[in-house]
Design a protein around this ligand. Structure first.
Ligand SMILES: *[C@@H]1O[C@H](CO)[C@@H](O)[C@H](O)[C@H]1NC(C)=O
Ligand SMILES: *[C@@H]1O[C@H](CO)[C@@H](O)[C@H](O)[C@H]1NC(C)=O
Length: 452
């Protein structure tokens, strides 16, 4: 026994040490913020997670947030990382424009930037670096340009000296820095293969090429994505800002059969070879699995397949035959453009009704799938209780009573699921209007209130 106690207690000691280290190392770098934050934050740049103790997405974010805190500290970033219980300090949270949980914001002087990307350590840290640094970063040399080109898959460059266009560029950047990188350079820094139509100019470098245009904000919103992307829900939502049609190969990445791999390469090929034809109106990509897309379209797609989405009105296009080569795909696209393929879906009232029923159905199905017992409990128990009560009180023709009760339960759990979505959508809204002004101004109000 004694010989076993040795390793056992050592193991316990080790666990305790690891636990303490963990707490000290990770949590130590995320500051718990309270009322004093409002006055004490002025001189620093802060990355803050506004959370609610009861919210599931916030709990999921917590370990990621601790890692973000640790990494920002270890790389010596000037950005401080904190979290605030927005339910305990709700007045401060609402002054910062927090409407959903969790809300991630970078606060820099009078400015507040919302983070809207995927909640992973790397994405959040990249955002913090980008937004905390200079709005427009100068590119003083060709070496620097090459360095930036290797590092960033998409970035914008203003070419030229002071000009009204540069002011517009700065305005656009202050709004869109949450999404992408902005640089400025003199003409001699730009590689020789670039022929500028006019000077000054704004260019985007991506997909091993570049584009030039005038109407800045709208153009930047449209061009800030690479031509071909691995799609997910977040990305599809953001692509709504571009007004482009999104052509997606829906495949199973784990399936190595020729149908799946070929479809992905066909889309890649079309994206690349027909870039000049289609890049203005189309975004290309693939998506692993059909779960998300089925929910979106309220349909059962068999993988592999190609779907083309109009993100502005939720219509979509499917082809009734297989796509075997790039020519088929180009034909499909041309048919969509000339209106010979019929659109499905949309955002009519009928579609919205279908959505409500679909969501209710899938909520019930997913509860039963993930935990049949829970499903029986949720829907069976109230039904059981009610039927016993009804049996005692009413006669047989009050059946409608339980049905109503059951729907009430369905819509409650459905609403819980939706609250998150609605909230995160709401957070996106300011940028859709093409302006960050509401978020930018709120902290100013804070300041003004104080100086008054
Ligand atoms: C891979 O895809 C093919 C064609 O869709 C299908 O017939 C096959 O069952 C899939 N294989 C696996 C392992 O899922
Ligand atoms: C996509 O939807 C928008 C908004 O309804 C519409 O103006 C546009 O023409 C649609 N695009 C295509 C190719 O159907």
């Amino acid at each position: 026994m004694a010989s076993e106690a040795g390793p056992w207690s050592r193991a316990v000691a080790l666990c305790v040490t690891v636990l303490l280290l963990d707490v000290a190392l990770c949590k130590g770098f995320v500051e718990d913020l309270d009322e004093s934050f409002k006055d004490n934050r002025k001189d620093d740049i802060w990355l803050v997670d506004f959370y609610a103790p009861w919210c599931g997405h916030c709990k999921k974010l917590e370990p990621v947030w601790n890692e973000v805190g640790l990494e920002m500290k270890s790389i010596g970033s000037p950005v401080k990382v904190g979290k605030m219980d927005a339910t305990s300090y709700s007045s401060i949270a609402s002054e910062f424009g927090v409407r959903g949980y969790p809300t991630i914001k970078l606060l820099k002087g009078d400015l507040a930037y919302n983070y809207r990307g995927p909640r992973t350590k790397d994405d959040i840290i990249e955002f913090a670096h980008r937004v905390s640094g200079a709005l427009i970063r100068p590119l003083p040399s060709q070496q620097m340009f090459e360095h930036v080109r290797k590092r960033h898959r998409v970035f914008f460059v203003y070419v030229g000296g002071e000009s009204p266009l540069k002011e517009k560029y700065i305005d656009a950047a202050s709004e869109l820095i949450v999404y992408t990188y902005f640089f400025s350079a003199l003409e001699e820094v730009i590689p020789e293969y670039v022929t500028l139509k006019e000077m000054p100019a704004v260019l985007v470098f991506k997909d091993e090429t570049y584009y030039e245009d005038g109407d800045l904000s709208a153009w930047i919103s449209r061009e800030r994505f690479q031509n071909y992307l691995t799609m997910d829900g977040f990305l599809l939502y953001e692509l709504g800002d571009t007004g482009k049609l999104v052509a997606i190969a829906v495949i199973d990445e784990k399936n190595t059969s020729i149908e799946h791999t070929r479809l992905k390469s066909i889309i890649q090929e079309v994206a690349k070879d027909y870039r000049d034809h289609f890049h203005r109106d189309f975004q290309f990509g693939h998506m692993d699995g059909n779960d998300y897309i089925n929910t979106l379209l309220m349909d059962e797609l068999t993988v592999p397949t190609v779907v083309v989405l109009n993100t502005s009105n939720q219509q979509y296009y499917l082809l009734d035959r297989q796509i075997n080569n790039a020519k088929d795909m180009v034909q499909f696209i041309n048919n969509i453009l000339d209106g010979t393929v019929e659109a499905q879906g949309g955002d009519s009232i009928l579609q919205r009704l279908k959505r409500i029923i679909f969501d209710a159905k899938s909520t019930v199905v997913s509860i039963f799938k993930s935990s049949p017992l829970m499903g029986c409990f949720l829907f069976g128990l109230p039904l059981g209780v009610i039927s016993i009560m009804c049996y005692g009180i009413y006669t047989a023709d009050t059946d409608g009573g339980y049905i109503e009760e059951r729907y009430e339960i369905v819509s409650k759990s459905e609403m819980e699921g939706q609250e998150q979505i609605e909230e995160s959508k709401e957070q996106q809204e300011p940028s859709r209007g093409g302006s960050l002004v509401p978020t930018v101004q709120e902290p100013k109000d804070v300041l003004e209130k104080k100086t008054n």
